[in-house]
Design a protein around this ligand. Structure first.
Ligand code: SF4
Length: 333
């Protein structure tokens, strides 16, 4: 099957059917809930055309204040452990923490969750400081077409991302990329993506769909069509049966989840966890997974699990705040 032709011809259902079978055969029927844990709300680059951070940069006078409290970050890790969510990666604007600081945070997270973490903390050549606390390195490519990527992410040169991923591979880390759909790419651009995955032996791709932010040039642009998103994921799954695929869906697009799972997603992400947990939106995510005929690892609704866990004196005030934040949204019947 020429998947790019199929996508262009909108043979989406055929692709989804094929991709679904490939996924079940190679990955089984479990779907993970993934959470990107942010380190800061500031970005040294701050000029990607679609990004919320690019609208904030001029407002933040003291970048050090945009760093999150480390205990809050670690408390979030404990919450994820309790409810069975994976930490998709540690993420955050460029230049907010040093490599050594990120390493220490990753070590603490590994102690809490028992699993090494992926990083998505910017382009760096300083990867040899990391060890078993890190599972993989993510390059935030965002756009597969090199010309479009240069235009939309002027301060994230593709070559630097490639160099970083090659170094990551040499050091024995897994390699991932993030990609946003709806930024003006075409189905033909999938060729660039496939080449990238093949050449760099990428282990994991996280797809997002455009979330139009006020103040950016995409402010008034539509999000990509659900079937285009599903078709793109299915095409990627058919081409790369063993690839780990994560798909991002914001709260306003929960109906995408079922089709994305059928198209080959292994995990789903990009939810405002504390706002959705236990609410009809969290329940909806679980329903989407159930109606796709898959099993969900972790929970979006089980408050017992949310409230039961280990205690850490320095983290407890933050854990409590997060738990309370979730519980206040839940309707008692
Ligand atoms: S580098 Fe990342 S955080 Fe910074 S503006 Fe670009 S997409 Fe946003």
């Amino acid at each position: 099957m020429d998947v790019i032709e199929s996508l262009k011809n909108r043979d989406i259902l055929k692709m989804i059917e094929r991709a679904g079978k490939i996924t079940l055969k190679n990955h089984g029927d479990t779907i993970t809930l993934e959470r990107a844990v942010f380190l800061s709300w500031w970005c040294e680059r701050g000029d990607c055309a679609f990004c919320y951070m690019s609208t904030q940069k001029p407002r933040i006078k003291e970048p050090s204040k945009a760093r999150r409290n480390i205990n809050a970050i670690l408390a979030e890790a404990e919450i994820c452990r309790r409810i069975g969510w994976n930490i998709e990666f540690l993420s955050g604007g460029y230049g907010s923490f040093s490599g050594e600081e990120i390493k220490k945070i990753a070590e603490r997270i590994k102690e809490i969750t028992g699993a090494p973490v992926w990083l998505n903390t910017g382009i760096t050549s300083e990867l040899d400081i990391y060890g078993p606390e890190v599972a993989g390195i993510t390059g935030a490519l965002e756009v597969a077409n090199p010309d479009l990527q240069r235009k939309l992410c002027p301060s994230k040169p593709r070559k630097d991302i490639i160099d970083m991923l090659e170094t990551a591979g040499d050091l024995g880390f897994k390699k991932g990329i993030t990609l946003i759909l709806g930024l003006g790419e075409t189905p033909e651009d999938l060729e660039y993506l496939f080449e990238f995955i093949r050449d760099l032996r990428i282990d994991r791709v996280t797809f997002y769909s455009l979330n139009p932010h006020e103040g950016t040039v995409f402010d008034d642009q539509p999000q990509p069509a659900s079937l285009y998103y599903a078709g793109t994921v299915a095409a990627t799954r058919i081409e790369f049966p063993h690839l780990e695929i994560i798909t991002g869906t914001w709260i306003d697009n929960l109906a995408n989840i079922g089709p994305l799972i059928l198209s080959g997603a292994n995990g789903i992400t990009k939810f405002p966890l504390f706002r959705m947990f236990g609410t009809r939106y969290g329940k909806r995510v679980e329903e989407e997974v159930r109606w796709a005929g898959r099993k969900l690892r972790g929970t979006f609704t089980d408050t017992e699990r949310l409230m039961t866990g280990r205690s850490y004196p320095e983290l407890d005030p933050f854990i409590e705040r997060y738990v309370k934040g979730c519980l206040k949204n839940i309707k008692v019947v």
